[in-house]
Design a protein around this ligand. Sequence first.
Ligand code: CP
Ligand code: NVA
Length: 313
Amino acid sequence: MKDLLRTADLSREDVDLLLSTAADFARDPLQARSALANRTVAIYMTKPSTRTRLASETAVAHLGGTPIFIRGDDLQLGRGETISDTAKIISGFASALIVRTFAQSDVDELGTAASIPVINALTDDDHPTQLLADWLTIRETFGENIAGRKFTYLGDGNNMSHAWLTMGAIMGAHVVAATPAGKWAPNPGVVAQAQAIAKQTGGKVEVIHDAEEAARGASVLYTDVWISMGDPESERAEKMRVLAPFAVGSQLMDITAKDSIFMHCLPAHRGEEVSAEVIDGPRSVVWREALHRRTTIQSLLFHLLRGEIEGRG
Ligand code: CP
Ligand code: NVA
């Protein structure tokens, strides 16, 4: 597999390899310090980023390469140059392209036109690199035997909910998304695909609309912001009202499994999708989860550039 464009592209074997190498990089970040020696990685973002940008630039540096950060409006793309021409040019200068933008189809097109690996660093539909860090955190906490455990996402049926359900299915986990019904539920096509993957892996994928049912006995409660980058401001008030029952507070954490953890991709809005008491409390693993962004992106770059990611086929 040349690129990582979508979470669903990864096989269980790929994820195992990526997480195992990420754990190695955590022990010694410089153990592959020449992998990208004298090479560059372009990081193109048309949306803001704190973690993904810092993690990507640091990961490239630890592999001995030089990151070239390109802000959305810096390129001639904004003045009508095509995605395909842009991809050809970037391929001539850089060894990989990490891209964050709105439309998934733009990232797909970059992948097709570029001769170098293209990595999706978040689109409106997906966030595959986040899920690598999330599953490294889950593995560290619960080990590889996750039978009988339930992994619950609560809130907006957005890119994170899609990635959560899809990666859970790949890992053979029982994953649940508790979201409002209708407009802010996960995309039915994504849910159907995750269910099809779960059929092969022994996982279970559920979308429900009751926060308490989803939280009861869960090993993980995961949430994300209610207003994502690019969401229309005109929907804010309605969305806040509809999502309110899915806020993660102590009353929901209290009905989870005894050894449960709280996760969040960040940025967080305390008092909206999560209470300060929970995210700053003893069950929260959000800082460790955020730091895992670096080693998982480092691992992904390392293996993609060596042609060692097989894909789900
Ligand atoms: N979790 C995440 O992707 O954070 P950033 O938007 O800060 O990169
Ligand atoms: N759903 C959020 C995730 C941020 C990491 C967004 O797309 O803005």
